[in-house]
Design a binder for this molecule. Structure first.
Ligand code: DGJ
Length: 343
């Protein structure tokens, strides 16, 4: 008996450990463009996303693109799409290892007229926290399948990991709103940056104190410059916006711009990307800029490397933003980790 137990125990332990080991594969480096697995071992599915830091945890929200990519029969341009599944959320303490928290804003399958019906388009969700109301507020680009709706949709939750309640969509300040992000300033004021006027002009719109609507104060920026995919951060008292040109799912050259005041005058600096394929943004497109909490002047630039014919398999390109003597670069790295900011 004792002999059998002695023999069987290691076998049972070995068999039992196998699945645990497969799950527990820890990510130790960012590997832009490679498949990035969550803590369950599944590829992370959070495209066009943004990150929120709340009470020691980072939350990554993005388009949960599941299933076949199709080009509708009526398409006159490359409006490849997957059915809307919803917005996915992942949580992490180290920005490398992400736990799937679920679909926090699911598609609405039984109402073909609903903004979140699978037949529609849901892109670029971002979540901000409102200290006054205690609510987590999501803004996203809400579209019809042919991209003619050009609206912003808003949802709220009491918890960062959802579920979010959808409040509806509208054209902010009565103009089109497509690629978008939201940014909270140090004074608690929040702004939506959105590509408008057929993607030709970038609007910056101050939100109401509860972050649920536009306040009515806005500026028109980069007029007729066709910038999209805005990603915003603040460094040394100045505001920076990274953006792409407007070429559908295909990559183009990135640009960074700076302003002393968020509603003030923006000045284009140029392309901050360096290294191979920097003129094509490493075959990717900006989506968000995330400060690294606890490190000074350290940011991650988040990009999507779209695979237009298989959108679910689009990859993430996360790179360090390096600031030297005030100059900002986003250099290519095949493999890197946060220690890069300690050098
Ligand atoms: C570029 C945008 O940045 C994406 O979010 C998406 O809307 C595609 N265009 C669609 O072609």
């Amino acid at each position: 008996m004792v002999y059998i137990a002695k023999f069987l125990l290691p076998v049972v332990m070995f068999m039992g450990l196998l699945p645990i080991q497969a799950q527990a594969q820890k990510n130790t480096s960012f590997m832009p463009g490679e498949v990035w697995k969550d803590t369950d071992g599944n590829p992370i599915n959070a495209h066009g996303g943004g990150v929120l830091y709340h009470e020691g945890t980072y939350y990554w929200y993005g388009e949960y693109k599941k299933g076949k990519t199709i080009l509708p029969e009526w398409a006159t341009w490359e409006c490849y799409r997957t059915d809307v599944t919803g917005v996915g959320c992942y949580s992490s303490r180290d920005l490398l290892n992400w736990k799937f928290e679920g679909i926090v804003l699911p598609a609405v399958k039984d109402d073909p007229n609903h903004d979140l019906h699978p037949s529609k388009v849901l892109e670029r969700p971002k979540v901000i926290y409102n200290k006054k109301t205690g609510k987590f507020v999501m803004w996203a680009h809400v579209e019809s399948a042919d991209y003619s709706k050009a609206c912003a949709g808003v949802a709220v939750s009491d918890s960062p990991a959802g579920p979010f309640t959808y409040l509806g969509s509208f054209r902010p300040n009565d103009v089109m709103s497509r690629d978008q992000t939201v940014f909270v300033d140090d004074d608690g004021r929040a702004y939506q940056f959105y590509s408008s006027e057929n993607n030709e002009t970038m609007y910056i719109s101050l939100l109401t104190d509860d972050y649920l609507k536009p306040s009515g104060r806005f500026t028109r920026n980069f007029i007729k410059e066709s910038r999209e995919a805005p990603a915003v951060f603040k460094y040394n008292g100045k505001y920076y916006m990274l953006s792409s040109g407007c070429t559908g799912w295909d990559p183009n050259i990135a640009e960074i711009a700076v302003a002393d005041s968020i509603m003030g005058t923006w000045k284009t600096i140029g392309n901050p990307c360096t290294g191979p394929d920097a003129d094509k943004t490493f075959y990717a497109q900006s989506t968000y800029m995330q400060p690294i909490i606890g490190k000074k002047d350290a940011y991650i630039a988040m990009f999507d490397r779209w695979k237009k014919k298989d959108l679910e398999d689009s990859r993430y390109v996360w790179l360090p933003v390096l600031i030297k003597n005030g100059a900002i670069t986003i250099p290519w790295h095949e493999k890197w980790n946060l220690e890069i900011f300690d050098k």
